[in-house]
Design a protein. Structure first.
Length: 275
């Protein structure tokens, strides 16, 4: 019998993957979690029937959500990741000479699934600079003032526990938790399917931060493939950064040239974020 997993990318579009094996399914306190072995994309992590990552293309998202803000900052020492329980973003952050990398995911079962099924991602959990906490990132960030150099919001889509991660109160708390030169980034979904959300987040962030920048990357297993990230910066203009010639460690998608290019937006995306 053929096994397929389908994600509804919108009300009218389904993306289907042929599955070799269902490795794990469970209902956690927060979401339905599944790990599949797919034919084309290798292992896949799915939450509430939405693809979070696959082994074939995870590097794009994780490198781009980590290295763009970290290189924009220049010398980050303390980094916070909200969400990201799979460990992929943490792995990329730890390629930088940071002193502390904290990860706060609301769902300990995502972290457990990564430890059990994704050895290429969970290496980062063993690094002595990493601290992993299981709690709501919205409450966590309120307890910090002027502490983190970079905050990365590596969240699920804006449903369930992640709704508050796309609100302006949360961005204000993030602003306060950042140091003077602090930078924040959030994944902001597809410009084909989430135009309204991108516009709202971009506007909220630009009301709070002196500098706002949107950038893109291509992630084949996310709806529409073209993905967006919104960055808020307190002091550094993300469009005028002196980047190193080379990044100094191995990457598969990110490079300083890609960094500069990803900030160049096609006219239809510029239109979305126009005031
Ligand atoms: N790369 C992914 C994507 O865009 O599909 C995101 C991956 S990561 C697995 C998302 C994580 O955000 C999940 O593990 C989920 O538990 C976590 N999350 C959702 N809401 C949260 C909250 N309020 N605080 C902390 N973590 C949260």
């Amino acid at each position: 019998m053929e096994l397929w997993f389908s994600e509804m990318q919108s009300e009218n579009i389904k993306m289907s993957y042929r599955i070799k094996n269902v490795l794990h399914t469970e209902k956690t306190k927060f979401q339905n979690l599944a790990v599949y072995e797919t034919e084309e994309f290798g292992r896949m992590l799915v939450l509430d029937d939405v693809v979070q990552l696959t082994m074939k293309d995870e590097f794009v998202y994780h490198e781009m959500i980590a290295h763009v803000p970290l290189f924009t900052h220049g010398n980050p020492e303390r980094v916070l990741i909200i969400g990201g329980g799979d460990g992929g973003t943490l792995r990329e952050v730890l390629k930088h000479p940071v002193k502390e990398a904290h990860l706060v995911d609301i769902d300990e079962k995502v972290i457990e699934a990564s430890k059990n099924f994704f050895p290429e991602l969970n290496v980062a959990f063993k690094d002595p600079r990493a601290k992993v906490l299981c709690e709501d990132g919205i409450a966590y960030v309120k307890r910090f003032k002027n502490y983190y150099d970079v905050i990365i919001v590596d969240s699920t889509d804006p449903v369930g526990p992640a709704v508050g991660l796309f609100r302006s109160d949360f961005y204000r708390d993030i602003f306060n938790a950042l140091t003077e030169k602090g930078i924040f980034v959030a994944q902001t979904e597809s410009p084909f399917f989430y135009e309204g959300l991108i516009k709202e987040v971009y506007n909220c962030v630009s009301e709070i931060f002196p500098y706002t920048a949107l950038y893109t990357a291509v992630v084949p297993t996310y709806p529409g493939a073209l993905w967006t990230f919104v960055m808020g910066s307190k002091q550094v203009d993300p469009h005028k950064v002196d980047l190193p010639q080379e990044c100094g460690f191995k990457t598969k998608y990110y490079s300083p040239k890609v960094h500069r290019a990803c900030l160049q937006l096609p006219p239809f995306i510029k239109e979305i974020i126009k005031k």
